[in-house]
Design a protein around this ligand. Structure first.
Ligand code: AMP
Ligand code: ZN
Length: 134
């Protein structure tokens, strides 16, 4: 157990969390920030830094629970859609280094901004393709 990790502390009940789901492998709890109404985090009980580190079996389970809770949250909170997001490393905005999946229920197009700019004029798709697959 990572003694200094805030999410490990929530798992171990050392600090409180509004835990909405709990099984042998993972828990889910309400994100304190509530970036959107019902914002929830799904995390494995075992400490992994991020999605690149977690083993495939645990990841599969976390994603199954994420889908199940996403359906429940959308239904119970009357959301119109949702974003599923996992930040990896500081450059991508990760602040807690215990792998977690964000469930962000959506009610309005403007309540949350995840901007995809169009750089298609500046990027050679074939070059990118070759770099990735070679
Ligand atoms: P990330 O930026 O992807 O690392 O997200 C970390 C998230 O954890 C943020 O959305 C925080 O609001 C949330 N968070 C941090 N501490 C707690 C806590 N004690 N209970 C619930 N959520 C937390
Ligand atoms: Zn941890």
């Amino acid at each position: 157990k990572m003694s200094n990790c805030i999410f490990c502390k929530i798992i171990n009940k050392e600090i409180p969390g509004k835990i909405i789901y709990d099984d042998d492998v993972c828990i889910a709890f309400l994100d304190l920030s509530q970036a959107t109404y019902g914002h929830t985090l799904v995390i494995p009980k075992k400490h992994f830094e991020n999605i690149l580190e977690v083993d495939a079996q645990t990841l599969a389970h976390v994603m199954q629970v994420t889908q199940k809770l996403a359906k429940q949250i959308v239904e119970k909170l009357n959301a119109k859609g949702l974003n599923i997001l996992t930040n990896t490393n500081e450059v991508a905005g990760q602040t807690v280094h215990h792998f977690h999946v964000h469930i962000l229920p959506r009610y309005d197009e403007k309540e949350l901004v995840i901007e995809f700019n169009d750089h298609s004029q500046d990027v050679d798709l074939d070059e990118v393709y070759q770099k990735i697959v070679k």
